[in-house]
Design a protein around this ligand. Structure first.
Ligand SMILES: Cc1ncc(COP(=O)(O)O)c(C=O)c1O
Length: 470
């Protein structure tokens, strides 16, 4: 070291302010950590809670953006990881191990049963990389680069995934995205993009999409050859980062009819909603359509490993059309991830999340609706399984109130709530088009008692925030 610098001998024992000043100096701020006003350093996790270095308990209602569906430090899944560490922790991805084969088999068989389709599974690391792989599949199969995606959709932040994610904010500084998706309004009925009312609209939004194919001058179809310039439509059946927005029940069946007319594939991004977040294995199962490709990640390993993957119908992914080397990452089907993934699938088979998750979700929503009656600032509450949304508004119950949302979030993170006579914090994730939606993704094992505690903590944070912000 040429310059004299203070070295930190034992970082885990460093004081909180020392760590924060090191973070400010040595960590890139290019990730999302500095969105927050107050930076917490967490030390321990258990069940539905995170603990800071002083031992303060934070009830977590976002569970790593739905990556830790099965609870922090789930013993069974942790043990699977530990067993694999002691058996075959490393293996170059060009070689086979049983866990990879069995996990792919279980996923393909389950998906095959759900959608009555033959298909195969391909692994990668992280949701964005799996999205990139799916884009290759689409291009390979259709010979077309362009895709449709939804306004409010989120598919990740690598270059390809950013190009089909609606926020310009994520692309702004990174040049021209030639293959940027054409973004179509999502059926966000509480704030209808066409300002219609759901009861009378007859899905006007779908009609507008359909009209794109009426003449060549709408820019997507050669009406003479019937060839569409767009190869696929990327959807989140329930929008995640967009604010846990649930579409009308028959939206996707009608969308799929239009797509089939023009040979456009349906790619279903389940990275956030998969693995029973909504009370079904995949969110799209609520809507009675068969996708051509499914993309998944996050909760497959309960957050213990960034394993992700895609499933595709056989004619898109069979070895004759998607040959060896079509995609690869050093870590793609790593043995630690596949071992945990396999255990997750076994755990799912032995559980009844299809019954327990909707039941818990209904209870949670009923408690939140009671709160909404008391506080006009809670403009909208909805849930599907344990994917729950709460829109924070002005007193009119509609105008988005980001200031109040941020105040509640920061009060939760400060860890000074006092429900039940114990100092606690609350961890909330904010999403939505106006950044005024609490997207709640609690552990699938949350109990009624813990739901009560969560709602009480939320109410305390809301009351405190209302004293600061109107
Ligand atoms: C629906 C969806 N797709 C893709 C991604 C990207 O996944 P990752 O952050 O693992 O790259 C996310 C992440 O939040 C997501 O919610």
């Amino acid at each position: 070291m040429s310059q004299k610098q203070k070295t930190i001998k034992n970082p885990p024992k460093a004081k909180e302010d020392e760590l924060l000043s090191l973070e400010a100096k040595y960590c890139s701020w290019g990730d999302t950590v500095h969105y927050a006003e107050k930076l917490n350093i967490f030390d321990r996790a258990e069940g539905i809670c995170l603990y800071d270095r002083e031992g303060t308990e934070f009830v977590d209602l976002q569970m790593w953006y739905s990556a830790a569906n099965f609870g922090y430090r789930n013993q069974r899944l942790n043990d699977a990881l530990k067993r694999q560490i002691d058996k075959l922790p490393q293996l170059a991805c060009q070689y086979l191990h049983a866990e990879k084969i069995l996990l792919a088999t279980k996923l393909a068989q389950r998906i095959g049963m759900i959608f009555e389709q033959k298909g195969r599974v391909h692994f990668n690391v992280g949701g964005s990389a799996a999205i990139e792989d799916s884009l290759k599949l689409v291009r390979n199969h259709t010979g077309r680069n362009l895709v449709f995606a939804f306004m409010g959709g989120y598919h990740g932040r690598t270059l390809g995934a950013s190009a089909i994610t609606s926020s310009y904010r994520y692309r702004e500084k990174f040049g021209h995205f030639a293959d940027r998706a054409m973004f179509i309004p999502y059926p966000y009925c509480f704030r209808c993009p066409y300002e219609k009312k759901r009861d009378f609209c007859d899905m006007y939004c779908l009609r507008q999409f359909e009209r794109l194919f009426e003449t060549e001058y709408h820019s997507v179809l050669n009406v003479k050859t019937k060839k569409c310039e767009f190869g696929a439509f990327y959807v989140e059946a329930v929008q995640g980062t967009g604010g846990y927005v649930v579409p009308p029940e028959d939206y996707f069946t009608r969308l799929k009819e239009i797509l089939e007319r023009y040979n456009i594939l349906l790619v279903d991004d389940e990275v956030q909603m998969g693995f029973f977040r909504t009370g079904k294995f995949w969110a799209i199962e609520h809507f009675n359509v068969v996708p051509d490709v499914v993309v998944f990640g996050k909760a497959m390993t309960n957050g213990l490993n960034p394993l992700s993957g895609i499933w595709a119908k056989e004619d898109l992914i069979s070895p004759t059309v998607f040959p060896p080397g079509s995609t690869h990452s050093t870590f793609s089907s790593n043995p630690l991830g596949t071992a945990v993934g396999l255990e997750t699938l076994k755990l799912i088979e032995e559980s009844d999340f299809a019954t327990s998750v909707p039941k818990k979700g209904e209870y949670f929503v009923s408690r939140l609706r009671k709160l909404a009656k008391k506080y006009p600032q809670i403009g909208h509450v909805e849930g599907i399984g344990l994917a729950l949304r709460m829109e924070i508004c002005q007193k009119d119950g509609f105008t988005p109130n980001k200031e109040l949302t941020d105040a509640i979030t920061n009060i939760g993170l400060a860890g000074n709530l006092s429900v039940g006579g114990k100092k606690r914090g609350l961890i909330l994730d904010v999403g939505g088009y106006y950044k005024n939606v609490f997207t709640l993704a609690p552990s699938l094992y949350i109990t009624e008692e813990q739901i009560d505690l969560s709602v009480d903590l939320f109410e305390e944070a809301l009351r405190k925030a209302l004293n600061m912000v109107s």
